[in-house]
Design a protein around this ligand. Structure first.
Ligand code: NDP
Length: 548
């Protein structure tokens, strides 16, 4: 069925008059189904139920939470192929990618967090130096926050929100998830998984809707927001959240560089570049969006990349032999189309690709108005330079612009010449050079001889520098975003008044001077020297108390 723009616009513009969201398969145009968009009142009610559920959920033991998360894992394993197909149908990505980059990593994350959360959140004693000599003791306990709002993008509709929800509930929070309007059924499936695993009602709820439903969730307000999406929406959410002082983790866009030095394993670099730029039709926040190659190997690497790209099979993601599926939306297809046209206009060379194409259905075209589907050919571009606009703004599609550099310093400067800083990679056989360069790249994750896949390692923190985000998901750093540290301080020798209590006096001032010059040095020997003054002061306080 050709995609009529009217039909597809229902997906783009969300709620129709009946307040329904219509979900389509971007590879075939077939309607997947309709769901009601939650109104602001319904969102508020969901947050209210979530807060009520939190009161008992926060008291559950880690063992109980672990049991339920592992039960949810079993549900996913039992329904794996069906879930993979749904992800593929709703997002356009190949079933292979749904399995490899959504289901497998989130199952690994669930096992890790279910087994490890208790240990990572164990109360811990803090060393407080010489205060310990005064019989003082400090420890940190980690308290859950309450209601966590999860607002993800559509590009990883299963693994990102599910992983975040699982980490939130393991920390003792409850969750309200608002999936993207493009992938509501994957979102609802996440809710069903928690339900089938036996989670108590309202611990994890899913509210469907478009941006306004997300905005209502932000304004409810929850106690924390885990947002994944564009810089523009991230700023809007941070602004709205600030009104209630709700803290946010913002996982935003990227323009990730891959730097290939002339001593790199060129075969591996070519394989990795093609996969990291074109998997999920390039709709990865950490896709390679800029490749910088050192001059001596530039021609050779470019040719290998083109050869590999030409062999990729594109088509409906439901076919197991397909590597490049459909793009998720018409809006995204338009952005890619415009960026490639801009590259052309700026004098860059489109080496391969550069057209809208539905394999087996239509001939390649460069006319978006008459296009029959959301497929864009994987596109290799040479002669790109950083002053071209599409080298600065996120494309989020299957394009791979290649630039040439001469020196290490130049490569670092080119890589850092962007508002973004999500991930990057450095390719070299010289690991000392790899580390040296990696540490100078302004990005939340820098890989040496790897790219893109570390979001799939749940133990490692994920998040960006600069406009690519604030805060972290995954890893212990991500878990700590989901709790508030509570400091418990005790005086185990609570017999005498503290020297700094009222009333002040000349003896008090002398004592405080010695606190500054002796105690605050942290030296036990120097502090011993203030003991006579301390006794004088305590005696004074005790005498005062007896008189009163
Ligand atoms: P958007 O910013 O358009 O949307 C993200 C989410 O926010 C969606 O669920 C959207 O709902 C919702 N939303 C939209 N407006 C509001 C609002 N005013 N208040 C609350 N929620 C709102 O991003 P995309 O979905 O287009 O995702 C693509 C972007 O996500 C890219 O920039 C990509 O780099 C980034 N991304 C970042 C990742 C990271 O880890 N750093 C990972 C994955 C993607 P709806 O879709 O229904 O409009």
């Amino acid at each position: 069925m050709p995609f009529g723009s009217e039909t597809m616009s229902a997906v783009q513009t969300i709620a129709d008059p009946a307040n329904e969201i219509v979900s389509f398969d971007p590879a075939t145009g077939a309607e997947i189904g309709r769901v009601n968009a939650a109104s602001a009142d319904e969102v508020l009610a969901a947050v209210g139920r979530s807060r009520a559920a939190f009161r008992s959920w926060k008291k559950t033991s880690f063992a109980e939470r672990k049991r339920l998360v592992l039960a949810a894992r079993e549900v996913i394993l039992a329904e794996m192929d069906d879930i993979a197909l749904l992800i593929s149908r709703e997002s356009g990505k190949p079933v292979a990618e749904a399995l490899a980059f959504e289901i497998a990593p989130v199952l690994d994350l669930m096992r890790w967090i279910a087994n490890g959360a208790e240990k990572m959140l164990r109360p811990r004693r803090i060393g407080i130096g010489l205060f310990e000599l005064l019989g003082r003791f400090s420890k940190i306990v980690y308290q859950p926050l309450g209601v966590v709002a999860v607002i993800p993008a559509w590009n990883y509709p299963f693994s990102i929100p599910l992983g975040e929800a699982v980490m939130a509930v393991m920390a003792g929070n409850t969750v309200v998830l608002k999936p993207s309007e493009l992938t509501p059924f994957v979102g609802l499936r996440i809710g069903e998984i928690f339900e089938k695993a036996g989670f108590p009602p309202d611990v994890v709820q899913v509210v469907c809707g478009a941006g306004e439903t997300g905005a209502a969730l932000v304004e409810a307000p929850p106690d924390k927001i885990l947002f994944t999406g564009s810089v523009a929406t991230g700023k809007r959410i941070a602004e709205a959240a600030a009104k209630n002082l709700t803290s946010c983790v913002l996982e935003l866009g990227g323009k990730d560089p891959m730097i290939v030095f002339d001593d790199a394993n060129i075969e591996l670099a070519a394989d990795a570049a093609v996969w990291s730029a074109f998997s999920n039709s390039g709709q990865n926040c950490a896709s390679v969006e800029r490749l910088y190659v050192q001059r001596p190997i530039a021609e050779k690497l470019t040719q290998k990349i083109i050869d590999r790209t030409l062999k990729l099979k594109q088509g409906s993601g439901e076919r197991e032999d397909v590597s490049i599926g459909a793009m998720s939306s018409e809006r995204q297809l338009k952005i890619v189309f415009e960026h490639v046209e801009e590259f052309r206009d700026c004098g860059a060379i489109i080496e391969t690709g550069g057209r809208i194409h539905v394999p087996g259905f239509t001939e390649p075209t460069d006319d978006i108005e008459t296009a029959a589907g959301f497929f864009y050919e994987p596109t290799v571009i040479t002669g790109a330079t950083n002053d071209m606009r599409p080298m600065q703004v996120e494309t989020f599609g299957p394009t791979l612009p290649i630039c040439v550099f001469d020196t290490e310093e130049e490569a670092i400067a080119l890589a850092n010449d962007t508002e973004f800083g999500l991930t990057a990679s450095v390719w070299t056989r010289d690991y000392a050079k790899g580390r040296r360069v990696a540490e100078q790249i302004e990005a939340g994750t820098v890989c040496i001889n790897e790219h893109l896949y570390t979001h799939g390692i749940g133990q490692t923190p994920w998040g960006g520098f600069k406009n690519s985000g604030r805060g972290r998901t995954h890893g212990i750093e991500g878990l700590l975003e989901l709790v508030q540290p509570q400091h418990i301080h005790s005086n185990r020798t609570a017999l005498l008044p503290d020297a700094w209590w009222f009333p002040y006096s000349p003896a008090a001032v002398d004592t405080f001077r010695q606190f500054a010059t002796k105690f605050a040095t942290g030296s036990l020997i120097k502090t011993t020297g203030m003991m006579p003054q301390l006794f004088t002061r305590i005696k004074e306080l005790v005498r005062n108390r007896r008189r009163s």
